[in-house]
Ligand binder design. Structure first.
Ligand SMILES: [Zn+2]
Length: 457
């Protein structure tokens, strides 16, 4: 067996590559960090073989918008709106975050993503209280083995300052991160015209372009000045390096402007509805013919996996699409929005949305070997019929048998490989305890009820 040569044999391939198409039984040959070949009956030669019979073999999934630092706050925001969460919980807790806490949260969030078959994330980080916080967040991503954009945002502590430029730290961080191995790269998480004056945003965008890094930005939520995309378009600062998030009040004209400029979209409709951020945007992107990625956005209300996000996005869409027919006292014919379309959003469209469509998002020769195997024989998936329906409607992180990033196995037989999961969990528990204890000393009483062992009385 030659090192770095791996044959994934006999799986049901869901390639998400139009040229390769799906194969009911096919092989994927990995050479080092890349996919070398995809077809039937590749000779094993000197390759290490992974028997994928009965498994779905699919590209690693892509989450284009994740506030990973909030992972230690999961299970605390589900019964709050965004305004309550950011009005109460964040100001009470976030100032107490130490770099180690951000490290622990990001590490858990990244390891949990890999466990769920999400091999690429855009970590939208505003826990950037100091440059050391940013370094800790970045270090955790690197150590986890995940592929990521570390999208550096303005600190939560100065978030509401509409006159503040993006922190100049970004320049120094850029220089440090340039030395990294390339699996984790730097992006700007821009405050944008919702949270800053337009001239500030224009300056922020030009800083990102100076540094040669792409931009992820929240736009057009209800209750804010609005027409963000229109204003950015008028200012001439939109481009293919700008990924737009939320967009709940976006107009058809604005979508047109964004698409003409080459901007991309990551949909977070599930979080938008759960947290009372705004109405779902999906149908507007669909009717404009726009591609989009999907994202759980914040771990305080959403699980890490994209199975849930695919399913819930589709549920919202069908609820909206069928309503007029129900109101006319009739039954709809023809299902709205397919499972395959949602799997595209979770893979290739998500990859393109965060500027990585030529690297990941499909099983294609030459691309990075970021590959996920789902156990089609699991009780929840058997007997596996249409694999895209299995992925979208039935699968859960527990069905993720094997995960590869850059051809390296990070999960095998349902277990994480090369990572001390107990340590990851322990660090997260300690960080959570530290932050909530510090907040409690300052008089903060959370709205949610703590588990008995977790917090001080
Ligand atoms: Zn967000």
């Amino acid at each position: 067996v030659r090192e770095g040569r791996l044959l994934i044999r006999g799986g049901h391939l869901v390639t998400m590559d139009d040229a390769t198409l799906d194969l009911a039984r096919g092989d994927v040959l990995v050479e080092g960090s890349r996919i070398e070949a995809i077809r039937q009956d590749i000779p094993a030669d000197d390759a290490e073989v992974i028997d994928a019979r009965g498994m779905i073999v699919m590209p690693g999934m892509v989450d284009g918008h994740k506030h990973t630092w909030q992972t230690i706050f999961r299970g605390t925001g589900g019964n709050q709106t965004l305004q309550e969460f950011f009005g109460e919980a964040v100001p009470a807790t976030a100032p107490h975050l130490q770099p180690d806490d951000v490290y622990a949260s990001n590490l858990l969030g990244a390891v949990d993503a890999l466990h769920a078959g999400v091999t690429t994330i855009l970590d939208w980080c505003h826990a950037t209280l100091t440059p050391d916080h940013s370094r800790a967040a970045f270090r955790a991503l690197r150590e986890s083995g995940i592929r990521a954009w570390f999208a550096h945002g303005p600190s939560l502590l100065t978030w509401s300052d509409r006159e503040a430029d993006h922190p100049a730290d970004l320049r120094a961080i850029r220089n440090e991160m340039d030395a990294a191995d390339g699996r984790v790269r730097l992006a700007m998480a821009a405050r944008g015209p919702m949270f800053a004056e337009l001239p500030v945003t224009i300056r922020d965008f030009s800083l990102a372009r100076d540094l040669g890094i792409p931009i992820s930005v929240h736009v057009d939520m209800p209750g804010y000045p609005g027409e963000d995309v229109l204003r950015l378009g008028d200012a001439g600062v939109l481009g293919p390096d700008v990924c737009l998030l939320h967009g709940n009040t976006i107009t058809e004209r604005e979508i047109e402007i964004a698409l003409e400029a080459g901007c991309t979209f990551v949909d977070s409709s599930v979080c938008d509805v759960l947290m009372g951020i705004g109405s779902e945007i999906t149908h507007r992107l669909l009717s404009a013919g726009a591609e989009f990625g999907i994202s759980p956005d914040t771990p305080v209300v959403n699980p890490t996996d994209l199975f849930w996000t695919m399913r819930a996005t589709l549920l919202l869409e069908r609820s909206r699409a069928y309503r007029p027919t129900f109101e006319a006292d009739a039954q709809p014919m023809g299902a709205h929005l397919s499972a395959r379309r949602m799997v595209e959003a979770a893979t290739i469209h998500g990859a393109r949305a965060i500027w990585m469509g030529d690297q990941v998002g499909s099983l294609s020769p030459g691309k990075r070997a970021d590959i996920v195997l789902l156990d089609g024989a699991a009780l929840g998936l058997a007997p596996m019929n249409d694999p895209t329906e299995a992925i979208c409607f039935d699968a859960s992180p527990g069905n993720v048998d094997t995960v590869l990033v850059d051809g390296q196995i990070v999960k095998r037989g349902g277990r994480m490989v090369g990572v001390d999961v107990d340590r990851v969990r322990q660090l997260a528990v300690e960080a959570r305890d530290r932050v909530f204890e510090a907040a409690a000393r300052n008089g903060y009483q959370p709205r949610w009820r703590a588990a008995a062992s977790a917090l001080p009385a």
